[in-house]
Design a protein around this ligand. Structure first.
Ligand code: SAM
Ligand code: SF4
Length: 323
């Protein structure tokens, strides 16, 4: 359905857990976030009921995220069920890749349409500094498993403004293989507030210096706000999700469901509705749908990351919201 600003909302990001097997410095504290208890997290049947309802409002694409979605038991089962919902056209996954080798076959059988793997560096020391874990080897195995599966694969890289970060090595993953590498601007949400972002312009310059002329590519390669460039001799594209330097709120098509069942209208604000409370108090499908409709209608016009005074600012971490 369309929101107040005539944006067509057809994409839902579902955080299935706030737990994670990494501790990225811009996302989680060393000790992890206060994890919700088992009972607080939406059950799979509750997620499916909400999604079935949301298809009636025009949701067509679903992204499974977290925390780390693959640490939640039976995630491929949920993916398969979501794929079977009438109206759902695409189900994709965002993961840190560590558990992919273990679940790749099941995910493929589930019919997953795309996999995004987060990888900020290929340098083992820096990887450990950023994620506070020595698990780069497993992430690389996850990338290999995903690539071999033939499912469309994207790498998501967040530049931290650290001179040592080997952004061009990460970009080069798109050279020999059809893997799209996307640079995501650091957003001042949760633990991300302590970092500055490295703008698209600077990275484009590095790409030109390293690989030759970049050409904007009109193609839309996914569900979201990423815009892509081609590089000479590269099989994959290089993309940018530049929430701050190239604000894209006017074309935003998404809403978010947190692991505890809160339907969020915008990444930056608390605006939304506690659907878990409704579900567990016995609300009918109609009431739940009405509540979701209202969330979409009240979707804020855009983020205000660059403004000092913000009302109702989001207080959760990215791991809790799902990115
Ligand atoms: N654990 C999975 C992963 O890392 O892909 C899924 C959840 S994670 C919260 C989703 C995405 O959000 C990751 O690509 C991560 O790099 C990104 N992210 C986390 N905090 C961020 C921030 N402050 N600004 C921009 N992106 C952020
Ligand atoms: Fe975990 Fe993903 Fe957050 Fe890193 S970005 S701590 S992998 S949820």
């Amino acid at each position: 359905m369309k929101d107040e600003f005539a944006r067509n909302i057809d994409y839902l990001r579902i955080s299935v857990t706030d737990r994670c097997n990494l501790r990225c410095v811009y996302c989680m504290p060393e000790e992890g976030v206060d994890c919700a208890s088992h009972d607080d997290i939406l059950r799979y049947d509750e997620i499916l009921r909400i999604c079935r309802g949301l298809t009636g409002l025009g949701i067509r694409k679903v992204k499974l995220t977290g925390g780390e979605p693959l640490v939640r038991k039976d995630l491929p089962w949920l993916a398969a069920r979501l794929k079977r919902l009438e109206g759902i056209e695409k189900v994709t996954l965002t993961t840190n890749g560590i558990l992919l080798p273990q679940y790749m076959d099941e995910l493929k059988k589930a019919g997953i349409d795309g996999i995004n793997i987060s990888l900020d560096t290929l340098d083992p020391g820096l990887f450990e500094q950023i994620t506070r874990r020595d698990r780069l080897k497993e992430v690389k195995e996850g990338i290999e498993a995903a690539y071999r599966s033939g499912i469309p694969l994207k790498i998501n890289c967040v530049p931290l403004g650290n001179a040592k970060q080997d952004l061009m090595e990460v970009a080069a993953l798109a050279r020999e293989r059809k893997i799209h590498v996307r640079f995501i601007e650091m957003m001042p949400i949760g633990y991300g507030k302590q970092f500055t972002f490295l703008g698209e312009g600077e990275i484009l310059q590095m790409l030109e210096d390293g690989f030759g002329a970049v050409q904007p590519c009109g193609e839309q390669l996914g569900n979201g706000p990423c815009h892509y460039y081609s590089l000479p001799g590269f099989c994959g594209k290089i993309g940018f999700i530049s929430a701050i330097s190239h604000k894209f709120c006017s074309g935003c098509n998404r809403i978010r469901l947190t692991s505890q069942g809160f339907l969020k209208a915008c990444l930056q604000y608390e605006t939304g509705c506690d659907l878990r409370k409704l579900l567990r108090s016995g609300a009918s499908d109609e009431v739940i749908l009405q509540a979701a409709e209202e969330v979409i209608l009240k979707k804020p016009k855009g983020h205000q990351f660059l403004e000092r005074e913000i009302r109702e600012e989001e207080s959760h971490s990215m791991a809790q919201i799902g990115g």
